[in-house]
Design a protein around this ligand. Structure first.
Ligand code: ZN
Length: 330
C-alpha cells in the first residue's frame, strides 16, 4: 500500500537537498540474516547487508553522535544534521550482529528495553502473535473447533483467523496463551530453545562497549489502552530498573506509538524524573507540541534508508503546506 504512495510523493516534490529538521532519529528493532519465526510476521527486519547500506547512506547526510552529545545539541544547526541511532525491544541480535557492525563503523546506538523480558522467561505479546501465525500457516495445521471458538469465528478461513489473531491487543493478551494451547504450541519451549532478548550480562557488556541502555516501558503495553496513571506506572517501573542498574535515564522511548498520549502524562514523567531530557515516539518527521517529545523515523517498512528518508522529507514538506506537521497534545 505504501510503495505507490511513496513513489508519488517523491515524484511530486523534487528531493530536498537540505533535510527539513536539525536532527534525525532512525528506529530499528532487529537485524538478522536468519528467518526468525517470533518476529517475521510482525517486523520487516533487515539483513546485515541492507543495514550496512542504510548506515553508509545515512553517514553521507548526517552526523551520528552519542546520546549525551545528541541531548545537548539536537536543537542546534550543524553542517550535517545530528543523528541518533536507536533500537527498540532489546533483541539479542543487537549484541551478536548489530554491535560488531556499529563498533567497526564507530557509530553509537541506544537500546530501549523492556525489563520484563530480560530473563528470557516471557516475551512481548506481539511475538506470541508471530509464533501463532507461523504455526497456523504451517501446512499441517488444520484449525480446530476450539481455536475457532476462542476467536468467536466458526468456519473462518486461515486468513480470517490470522487477521483476528493479529488484532489481539495488550489488554486481552491472555487469549494468546489459550490459543497456543489449542494449537499445541509452547512459548516456554520456544524460549528455552531460542534466546530472544538481551539479558542483564549482555546489557552490561554493551554498556561497557559504550552503547546506551534506556527504558521502553516495563512490558510493552499498548499505552492508549491504559489509564494515565497506569501509563505512568508502567513506564516508571522501567525507568526505576534502568536507574537501579546504572544505565541511561536521559531518554525513554514509548512502546508502539505515542499517538493519543496526553500532555498530562508527559508532565508527570518529566516531573518524576529530573534526569529525563527527552522522550521518543515513532511518528516519522513531525514536530510535537510537547517540545521534549521527539519523533523518530521507522526504518523497517521494506525500503532502503535513502527511500525512507527522502519520503519522510518530502512528506514533511507536504504536511507543512497544510499545517499538519505538528502533533498537538491536550
Ligand atoms: Zn517496542
Amino acid at each position: 500500500m505504501l510503495k505507490p504512495f511513496l513513489k508519488k510523493i517523491n515524484s511530486f516534490n523534487p528531493i530536498q537537498k537540505r533535510f527539513p529538521l536539525d536532527y534525525l532519529i532512525p528506529v530499528y528493532h532487529c537485524v538478522s540474516n536468519s528467518y526468525l519465526p517470533h518476529l517475521t510476521h510482525i517486523i520487516n527486519y533487515k539483513s546485515s547487508l541492507e543495514f550496512e547500506k542504510d548506515l553508509d547512506y545515512m553517514c553521507t547526510r548526517f552526523e551520528f553522535v552519542d546520546g549525551e552529545t545528541f541531548s545537548k545539541n539536537y536543537t542546534k544547526k550543524n553542517n550535517k544534521p545530528y543523528a541518533l541511532l536507536t533500537f527498540d525491544d532489546g533483541y539479542s541480535e543487537f549484541r551478536d550482529i548489530i554491535s560488531p557492525i556499529l563498533l567497526r563503523k564507530g557509530i553509537y546506538a541506544i537500546n530501549y528495553i523492556n525489563p520484563a523480558f530480560i530473563k528470557n522467561d516471557d516475551m512481548m505479546f506481539r511475538l506470541k502473535i508471530s509464533l501463532i501465525v507461523e504455526k497456523i500457516l504451517s501446512k499441517n495445521l488444520i484449525p480446530s473447533g476450539s481455536l475457532m471458538a476462542l476467536l468467536a469465528s466458526p468456519n473462518a478461513s486461515k486468513k480470517d483467523l490470522i487477521a483476528k489473531i493479529k488484532a489481539i491487543s495488550y489488554t486481552n493478551r491472555h487469549l494468546l496463551d489459550q490459543i497456543s494451547i489449542s494449537i499445541d504450541l509452547s512459548f516456554d519451549d520456544y524460549l528455552k530453545n531460542n534466546k530472544i532478548y538481551l539479558n542483564i550480562n549482555d546489557l552490561k557488556y554493551l554498556q561497557e562497549k559504550g552503547f546506551g541502555i534506556s527504558a521502553h516501558s516495563w512490558d510493552h503495553p499498548y499505552l492508549p489502552e491504559l489509564s494515565i496513571s497506569d501509563q505512568v506506572q508502567n513506564i516508571q517501573q522501567s525507568i526505576d530498573f534502568i536507574l537501579e542498574h546504572g544505565f541511561n535515564t536521559e531518554s525513554i522511548a514509548f512502546p508502539f506509538t505515542d499517538f493519543g498520549l496526553k500532555k498530562m502524562m508527559f508532565d508527570q514523567l518529566f516531573k518524576n524524573n529530573k534526569s529525563l531530557k527527552f522522550t521518543l515516539g515513532t511518528a516519522g518527521l513531525k514536530f510535537d507540541s510537547v517540545e521534549k517529545n521527539l519523533q523518530r523515523v521507522p526504518m523497517e517498512n521494506g525500503f532502503s534508508a535513502s527511500d525512507e528518508i527522502n519520503f519522510e522529507s518530502n512528506y514533511f514538506l507536504l504536511k507543512k503546506i497544510f499545517n499538519k506537521n505538528q502533533i498537538i497534545r491536550i
